[in-house]
Design a protein around this ligand. Structure first.
Ligand SMILES: [Zn+2]
Length: 401
């Protein structure tokens, strides 16, 4: 493992935090008198307002047109790149049960942005704060925290969500049964929502650990596991993909969908990821926009990128939202979807991501196409895909006329 490199997501296997800084980053934002939910909602509102601000003109609609807002809310939205946010969901649940405020992520974000330089350093540190331990992650809590996450997505208008689970989550007894219980629970409030589970294979772990996770992925495929995501070291420079290709062939052989993190902060590993057997998507991949040959490769291989605008901006993968390469990727013909990555931590929702894309000039029709691309690239079943596409068609025929 090359220290100091990782992805923005819940690795579990990479602990970048070095002592005192970890404490500073986490302890300062324990629940205090201020309501964190109020802070979060204020931040979301300001962000959403900004997203509907000057320069936003989807298909010629008035930027602050309430009808457009209603259309965006009604638009079926898909999130293909969502980490389980285990500690964050558990904290929200426990906070409600204990009558305390949840961890103040909005304050943490402000402090993080003031004290940690953008780019690789933020990437190294973002996964460091765990507001509560997972010590009591029994079946009931396991279901509750996945339901918490899915309801968070459902509230933002998601109709299709893929949750990727790192660490040894896939080894949990009855994993898929528990995940489906959480899905049904979320569907009681958000009936349009469908969810699938992915497992993250962390190639920086010891070989015997990787073997155990890989075997569990293949075994769990028959129970409904939809796909796998590869994380590896080094992440920001060229890695050795030989062991990934060997595993990917096994996964593809049993019908698991395959995606991999790459191209989040550098172009490194995008080409290698694109050549992975069975791979049809890349998490992030936005640095392909810097190299026409990489975009050509993605187009040639019909690979879909999972773009997380807020997370990219928060980490400094791009200088600002306004400079995000999403429009260039869309114009060039690269398939893109929108994603939240770690929405509770970075303070976004899938609706916020669609609004952010609109602020970059992505039109209403293109937003609907992004959902279509996501459904087509999703690792769900053919039946569910057909249902989701039919619902999207109904929306397009009605709302976008
Ligand atoms: Zn991720």
């Amino acid at each position: 493992m090359t220290s100091g490199q990782g992805s923005s997501c819940e690795h579990g296997f990479v602990s970048f935090v070095q002592g005192p800084l970890s404490l500073i980053l986490s302890s300062a934002f324990r629940p205090a008198g201020t309501s964190s939910s109020r802070l979060l909602s204020c931040w979301l509102w300001s962000r959403r307002s900004a997203s509907f601000g000057d320069g936003f003109n989807p298909d010629g609609v008035d930027p602050v047109d309430v009808k457009w807002r209603a259309k965006l809310t009604a638009l079926p939205k898909a999130d293909l790149h969502l980490h389980q946010e285990a500690h964050r969901c558990l904290d929200r649940i426990l906070a409600r049960r204990e009558g305390r405020a949840a961890f103040d992520w909005a304050a943490w974000r402000r402090h993080f942005m003031e004290t940690v330089p953008p780019g690789p350093q933020r990437l190294r540190l973002i996964g460091s704060v765990k507001p509560v331990p997972l010590a009591d992650d029994d079946d009931e809590m396991f279901v509750a925290r996945f339901a918490e996450l899915l309801e968070y997505e459902g509230a933002a208008g998601a109709t299709y969500v893929e949750v990727r689970c790192g660490g040894d989550t896939i080894l949990k007894d009855g994993f898929m049964d528990l995940f489906r219980r959480a899905e049904r629970q979320a569907q009681e409030r958000y009936p349009r929502l469908r969810a699938e589970a992915l497992a993250i294979v962390m190639m920086g772990m010891p070989p015997e650990w990787i073997r155990e996770i890989a075997d569990a992925c293949i075994r769990t495929r028959s129970e409904g596991l939809a796909g796998v995501d590869f994380l590896y070291e080094p992440y920001l420079s060229e890695a050795d993909w030989t062991p990934i290709y060997a595993l990917a062939e096994r996964f593809a052989g049993v019908g698991l969908g395959i995606t991999a993190h790459a191209g989040e902060m550098t172009p490194a590993n995008i080409a290698a990821a694109a050549r992975t057997p069975g791979l049809t998507r890349i998490g992030h991949g936005i640095y392909a926009a810097a190299e026409p040959a990489l975009m050509d490769l993605l187009i040639e291989r019909q690979i879909t990128l999972e773009c997380a605008l807020t997370c990219n901006t928060f980490l400094g993968a791009v200088p600002s939202l306004a400079e995000h390469p999403l429009p260039r990727l869309v114009e060039t013909g690269v398939k893109v979807t929108l994603a939240t990555d770690n929405p509770i931590q970075v303070g976004t929702t899938i609706e916020g991501e669609y609004a952010a894309a609109a602020s970059l000039g992505v039109t209403a029709g293109q937003l609907a196409q992004i959902t279509r691309t996501a459904i087509q690239a999703g690792f769900t079943t053919p039946d569910r895909r057909s249902e989701l596409l039919a619902e999207l068609d109904a929306y397009v025929n009605d709302a976008l006329r």
